[in-house]
Design a protein around this ligand. Structure first.
Ligand code: ASP
Length: 323
């Protein structure tokens, strides 16, 4: 049997519902620890508690710490399952995907309903994750997210619903595998993956803004005043911004502050298509960097990591264009 390490970091999967008040709160002892016997059929399992945090409290510093921990622990195991709050799970998954250089399965999972709620998906998702971690086809796929009988890549997955157990989806490409009672079926191959191992710090200041109809330069000027190391903007459609933002953008870029553009759309990639004021073509000429297919929060994680290696705008443009 394979050896799998479970690392707990907190989130609903680590919490219990208070039956008197209905609040979901952290438990004094991890609710899944005593249910570990359910996993023994699939693997030799050990567990560790790394953090006990609701995931809105998880920061890039926690993600880096987790990556370093995994680097030291992975050689002793066949795979690792990380339990995590679902709110920022996709950011941690993507950050680990960038930082780790391993072909061993690293799987993140969580739960939408805590362990003592009716219809809890906590133990079920943990079992599915361990089953996936021991599967031979789970190797060399980067960091994966297993929830609700589906296997997603860290690159594509996002939380799409506030409360539905089917919340995690990969809008552009779909899951890369499914989990049934009897089997685990991988049905996609990963062709491109960006990796940034040897990152020892995440120390920069990167802000994320979302564009809207009627947006002017005010927010960008305010962010400029905070002396950012980088800015990510979720732009409109294929990668456009209202024309009144252009002046503020120009002064950011002229001071060599990288501005990375993604789309606020649910699907698709940004492209320099439109030639009008604020259109993608003008933004590209201004020096705005287009990030293909990433969500705003993931582009921010990527920029935070890239900035530890270079702040040269041309190099950043090239690395974001690669994938
Ligand atoms: N608010 C919770 C968290 O992210 C939600 C969850 O885990 O499902 O910690």
């Amino acid at each position: 049997m394979k050896n799998i390490l479970i690392i707990h970091t907190g989130g609903t999967i680590s919490m219990l519902e208070n039956k008197a008040t209905g609040e979901v709160i952290p438990a004094s002892k991890h609710p899944l620890s005593e249910l570990q016997f359910h996993l023994q059929t699939y693997a030799n399992v050990e567990e560790q508690i790394e953090f006990d945090l609701p995931s809105p409290q998880i920061t890039p510093a926690h993600m880096l710490k987790l990556a370093k921990r995994l680097e030291s622990l992975l050689p002793s195991y066949d795979g690792v399952v990380i339990t995590h709050g679902t709110d920022t799970l996709e950011e941690t998954a993507y950050c680990l995907d960038l930082l780790l250089e391993t072909d061993k399965p690293v799987i993140l999972t969580g739960a939408m309903r805590s362990s003592n709620e009716i219809g809890s998906d906590a133990l079920y998702n943990l079992i599915s994750s361990v089953r996936t971690a021991v599967h031979d086809h789970a190797r060399d796929k980067g960091v994966l997210v297993v929830m609700n009988d589906e296997i997603h890549t860290a690159n594509n997955v996002t939380k799409t619903s506030t409360s539905n157990v089917a919340t995690f989806q990969s809008p552009q490409y779909g899951p890369i595998g499914i989990i049934t009672r009897e089997s685990i079926i991988f049905h996609h191959t990963i062709l491109t993956r960006h990796n940034r191992p040897n990152t020892d710090r995440i120390s920069k200041n990167v802000y994320l803004l979302k564009a809207y109809a009627g947006m002017d330069g005010g927010l960008l000027q305010a962010v400029h005043g905070l002396q950012p190391d980088g800015v990510v903007i979720e732009g409109l459609g294929q990668g456009n911004l209202p024309k009144d933002t252009v002046g503020a953008l120009r002064s950011l870029v002229s001071e060599q502050v990288p501005v990375v553009l993604v789309s606020r759309c649910y699907q698709g990639i940004v492209q320099p298509t439109y030639g009008y004021a604020g259109g993608g073509r003008q933004l590209q000429e201004l020096g705005v960097i287009f990030a293909n297919g990433l969500t705003g929060p993931k582009a921010r994680i990527r920029l935070l990591i890239e900035l530890e290696h270079t702040s040269n705008l041309k190099e950043l443009e090239k690395t974001f264009a690669d994938n």
